[in-house]
Design a protein around this ligand. Structure first.
Ligand SMILES: [Zn+2]
Ligand SMILES: [Zn+2]
Length: 261
């Protein structure tokens, strides 16, 4: 998968001859690929092609039967920089009695041990409000997460993944169950983060309109039943804004005028 990227583009994810079997069933067979800094990779494959399994191996939730994964150049067994990675698994409705509030769930995405004890700075709360606003769920901040609809919960988990400003965002069908308008603003935001904020993406999606629209009509490479759509971005001018919602201001005003018109 050599795309002629410059030497300064470090390997963010290296998957080296990874196989995975679940009981007798081979899910992944000798899969190799790599993700370079500033790649946006759309991982496409039929049901049962092993997409979700691949992501779960990359984030260390499953151990491959054979082969190796490296993150930011380090073998996964020694990797410690988990706060640099945001991961949003497939939508999974929570127990309605799950006790945390939306705000608590989003704040728990911040790195650092003290965050587990609820010691948050003013800066943390500002980041939290920004992430909630970016996903359009700021009105739900004090609600219990278990009481929200599946689509609302998904938006909260996306806000949780974004609050740390990760270098790498791994998304498994991020917009399933989310209304069209939120999908549009979410994709708008992640494209901006890709192009102007040095964020790297690995995303499983069935949304071929988004995939082809942003990553091109044809996959650039394949491994077994997995296809990789790839767009690399190196902008000479990075955006200096730090809050998340900034990239949406323009889009929101466009949406408003569309409604009025
Ligand atoms: Zn580049
Ligand atoms: Zn920006």
């Amino acid at each position: 998968m050599n795309r002629g990227t410059e030497a300064c583009h470090r390997d963010i994810i290296t998957v080296d001859s990874v196989s995975f079997s679940y009981q007798q069933r081979v899910v992944l067979n000798d899969v190799s690929f790599n993700v370079k800094e500033r790649d946006f990779i759309g991982l496409i494959g039929t049901n049962g092609a092993g997409k979700t399994t691949m992501l779960r191996i990359i984030v260390g939730l499953l151990r491959p039967t054979a082969g190796e994964v490296r993150l930011f150049g380090e073998p996964i067994s020694q990797f410690k920089g988990w706060e640099r990675i945001g991961y949003v698994p497939q939508k999974n409705n929570l127990n309605p009695l799950f006790p945390a509030t939306v705000k608590e769930v989003v704040l728990s995405g911040l790195a650092g041990k003290r965050k587990w004890f609820g010691l948050h700075s003013r800066q943390d709360y500002i980041k939290c409000d920004d992430a909630l606003m970016a996903m359009g769920v700021e009105d739900l901040a004090d609600k219990r997460i278990g009481q929200l609809s599946g689509g609302q919960q998904q938006r909260v988990f996306l806000a949780r993944a974004l609050i740390n400003n990760p270098s790498l965002l791994i998304l498994d069908e991020p917009t399933v169950g989310i209304d069209h308008e939120t999908q549009e603003s979410f994709f708008h935001m992640i494209k901006h983060m890709h192009q102007h904020h040095n964020m790297t993406f690995l995303m499983v999606s069935h949304d071929m309109e988004m995939i082809k629209g942003y990553l091109g009509e044809q996959p650039k490479s394949a491994a077994g039943k997995l296809n990789f759509y790839i767009r690399h971005s190196h902008e000479t001018q990075d955006c200096v804004e730090e809050n998340l919602a900034h990239s949406l201001k323009h889009l929101r005003s466009q949406m408003e005028s569309r409604k009025e018109g």
